[in-house]
Design a protein around this ligand. Structure first.
Ligand code: NI
Length: 226
């Protein structure tokens, strides 16, 4: 499932993030790429250990922790500490699939990349190109979102970033290992959760709504890897 999560960052957080990015030191993005993707990756990143990256990471993690849509769609077990990249002057990232397991350089934590996330930091009017193109069952999905919005898509997807031909595109990217490994099961739970929330608003906690909520939790109990 490819999902847009609107307004993950609020206006204040975006401003803080943009200020951090403006003063930060950037390095070649190949440092966190696998062997195949290093050949097609042309962008720059914040060094994982820099103070600016750490400050920006805390803003993203705090924003995620209050986001119900993200939680319902990801059912996260582990979140890879968010990274930050920038594309400018024709930079792009050719077609690739992300590594299945990322090992965090500092903590040694392993994260299976069930879900890939890109959180847009730059206003789309200020740059040309830079669309994230994700190949899914329904063909190619072009994604270019307002600053503060995030896209989530299955880690199994082939994807690329088109060249940025004007301005600069800043984003945060990271992966989630979900309690629900399988995308089909996770999508079913997400849809079911959304339907239950709507039913509860319309009907209150009636007996069938309580039963359905129980079914949702029983499916998680059956499938979850905690
Ligand atoms: Ni990628």
């Amino acid at each position: 499932m490819l999902l847009r999560v609107p307004q993950v960052l609020n206006a204040n957080e975006l401003k803080q993030m943009q200020a951090l990015m403006a003063k930060a030191e950037w390095i070649d993005g190949k440092v966190t790429a696998g062997t195949q993707s290093a050949q097609v990756k042309r962008n720059i990143q914040l060094p994982e250990t820099s103070a600016d990256a750490e400050a920006a990471r805390q803003i993203v993690l705090k924003a995620l922790s209050r986001n119900a849509l993200f939680f319902s769609a990801a059912l996260p077990k582990k979140i890879y500490p968010p990274l930050f990249n920038q594309y400018r002057d024709g930079m792009d990232f050719g077609s690739h699939i992300d590594n299945a397991v990322r090992t965090h350089a500092i903590s040694g934590m392993h994260v299976r990349t069930d879900i890939s996330c890109t959180l847009f930091i730059t206003d789309p009017e200020s740059y040309d190109g830079g669309e994230l193109v994700v190949e899914d069952t329904y063909g190619q999905q072009m994604v270019k979102l307002p600053a503060g919005d995030m896209v989530m898509y299955p880690g199994t997807s082939l994807h690329h970033v088109r060249p940025v031909t004007r301005g600069a595109r800043l984003a945060s990217f990271f992966w989630v290992q979900s309690m629900i490994r399988d995308d089909v099961q996770r999508t079913l739970l997400f849809d079911m959760d959304a339907a239950i929330v709507t039913l509860r608003q319309q009907m209150g906690d009636t007996a069938p709504v309580i039963r359905l909520t129980g079914n949702y939790h029983n499916l998680i109990r059956m499938w979850a890897d905690t």
